[in-house]
Ligand binder design. Structure first.
Ligand SMILES: *Cc1c(COP(=O)(O)O)cnc(C)c1O
Length: 416
C-alpha cells in the first residue's frame, strides 16, 4: 500500500477555510503589512482564549517573544537568567542575544520540567557567587506538559524574580485549571508550522496589562519617539506579526479547542495501545493538576530493549536535519557526539522512518550543548538520562486512529 508519511505534528486548517477568508480580506483591504485588522482581531481572540484579563501581543516568532520578554525584565549584558535546560534552543538563545548568561536548571522526573528545588539552590548559589540574583526565571512546558506552577511562582515571589513562562509548546495546557502563560510576568506562545496552531510562522507574548503590552509593542516596532521624523532613544526590533499571518491565526483560533482535544485523544490511544509493551513507557501527567495539551506524545525506551538494526545505529552521518526540513544545517564528520540517545532509540527512529513514520529524539539538554559549555548549570542527571532514552511520536490533528494503530504495530515489530 502506498502510505503517506506520518509527520510529528503537521499544520491543519479549519474546515471552513477561514484562514483563506481572512487573508483575502487583508488583500482586498490592502492591509498587507505588519499591523492591521487581522493582527488586532487575532490578539483579541488570544485574549478571549487566555482569559484572566491578560493582554497578548502578536509577534513574528516565539523566539522574538522570548527576546522581548527578557527585555521587559530588564535583562542586559552581565545579567544571569535561570532557564530550563531541557528545552528547544529558542528558550535560551535570546538570553545570549542580550549579552546575558543562561544559568541552566535541570528537570524533575515527574514533568520533565524545571526542578523547583534546583531552581532555588541555583538562585542562592548565584547570589553567593556573583552578589546578584538572576534577573528572570524561564520554565518551559516541554511537549505541552505544565511545569510545577505553584512551586515556581512561590520561589519567584520569595526572591522577587519575575517568571517568563515558555509556553510555546504548551498553548492551551493548564495547571489547576489556569492556562499556562498567565502565571508569570510574561507568557510566550509560538505559532510555528508544527505547534498547536500555526500562523505559518509567528508567536505572541502574553502580558499582564495594557501598559506592559504597549511597552512590548514599542520594542517590537523599532522603539520610536513621538516626533515628525524617526527619533530613537533606545534599540528596538522589527518583531510585529504580519496582517497576513494574523489572518491564518484568526482561522486557527476557531479550531484550537478541537486541536487540543485531538492531541489528548491521540495521547489516550497511545496510552491504551502501548501499555502492554515491556520496556516502552509513555510519558504522562503526574496528576490531575497537570492538564497537558500533549503537543507531542513522548515515550522512553529501557536500555535493555533490543531493536532490529541496532548494530547499525550511528554508523553513518545524517544527511539532512532530523525533524526540520527548513534551513541549512552544517554537515558533520562524525555520526556521534559524547552525549546522544542510546543505540536502541536511534535504531527505532531509523526503523520508523523506513516505514514512513517521523519519530524524533527528545530535545538535547542545553547544558550538554557545546555552544553553552561555559554556562553555569545546576544538574541532577534527569534531563540527560531522559535524552538518552526518550523519543517523540507523531501527534496532532492530522494523525488518525489508524495511524496510531500502525505506529504502535511498528514499534512492536521493531522489538527483537
Ligand atoms: C517553538 C519553540 C519556541 C519558539 O519558537 P519559534 O519557532 O520562534 O516560534 C520557544 N520555545 C520552545 C520551547 C519552543 O518549542
Amino acid at each position: 500500500m502506498d502510505r503517506k508519511t506520518i509527520f510529528l505534528c503537521l499544520a491543519h486548517m479549519s474546515e471552513k477555510g477561514l484562514e483563506q477568508k481572512y487573508i483575502k480580506e487583508a488583500f482586498d483591504t490592502n492591509w498587507v503589512v505588519p499591523l492591521g485588522p487581522n493582527v488586532n482581531a487575532f490578539e483579541h481572540d488570544l485574549e478571549q482564549f487566555i482569559g484572566m484579563d491578560k493582554r497578548a501581543v502578536a509577534l513574528s516568532a516565539g523566539t522574538a517573544a522570548v527576546h522581548l520578554a527578557l527585555i521587559g525584565c530588564d535583562v542586559g549584558p552581565g545579567d544571569e537568567v535561570c532557564v530550563q535546560s531541557f528545552t528547544f534552543c529558542a528558550s535560551s538563545h535570546p538570553i545570549k542575544y542580550l549579552g546575558a548568561t543562561p544559568v541552566f536548571i535541570d528537570s524533575e522526573k515527574e514533568t520533565w520540567n524545571m526542578d523547583p528545588e534546583l531552581l532555588e539552590q541555583a538562585i542562592l548559589d548565584r547570589k553567593a557567587k556573583t552578589g546578584k540574583f538572576p534577573k528572570a526565571i524561564v520554565p518551559v512546558a516541554l511537549y505541552g506538559m505544565p511545569y510545577d506552577c505553584r512551586r515556581i511562582m512561590d520561589i519567584s515571589n520569595k526572591y522577587g524574580i519575575p517568571v517568563i513562562e515558555d509556553a510555546a509548546e504548551g498553548f492551551g495546557s493548564r495547571f489547576k485549571g489556569q492556562v499556562l502563560g498567565t502565571f508569570g510576568k510574561y507568557g510566550v506562545l509560538s505559532f510555528n508550522g508544527n505547534k498547536m496552531i500555526t500562523t505559518s510562522g509567528g508567536g505572541a507574548l502574553i502580558c499582564a496589562d495594557e501598559e506592559q503590552k504597549n511597552k512590548i509593542m514599542w520594542y517590537a516596532t523599532q522603539a520610536r519617539e513621538a516626533y515628525p521624523y524617526y527619533q530613537h532613544e533606545e534599540i528596538g526590533y522589527n518583531y510585529r506579526m504580519s496582517n497576513i499571518c494574523a489572518g491564518i491565526g484568526r482561522g486557527q483560533m476557531t479550531i484550537v479547542n478541537d486541536h487540543i482535544a485531538h492531541h489528548k485523544h491521540v495521547q489516550a490511544r497511545y496510552a491504551d495501545l502501548l501499555k502492554d509493551i515491556p520496556g516502552i513507557h509513555l510519558h504522562e501527567a503526574p496528576n490531575a493538576d497537570y492538564d497537558a495539551n500533549y503537543w507531542l506524545c513522548t515515550i522512553t525506551i529501557d536500555p535493555e530493549v533490543r531493536i532490529k538494526g541496532q548494530e547499525n545505529a550511528y554508523k553513518e552521518t545524517v544527511k539532512s536535519a532530523v525533524g526540520g526540513a527548513a534551513g541549512v544545517i552544517h554537515q558533520v564528520d562524525s555520526p556521534t557526539t559524547d552525549c546522544q540517545p542510546n543505540d536502541n532509540v536511534e535504531a527505532l527512529r531509523m526503523y520508523m522512518l523506513e516505514r514512513k513514520i517521523e519519530a524524533r529524539p527528545v530535545w538535547k539538554p542545553m547544558h550538554k550543548q557545546p555552544v553553552y559549555a561555559n554556562c553555569p548549570a545546576y544538574v541532577n542527571g534527569v534531563s540527560e538520562a531522559i535524552f538518552k532514552i526518550g523519543m517523540c511520536l507523531p501527534a496532532g490533528p492530522m494523525v488518525t486512529d489508524e495511524d496510531i494503530d500502525y505506529i504502535v504495530e511498528q514499534i512492536k515489530n521493531a522489538i527483537q
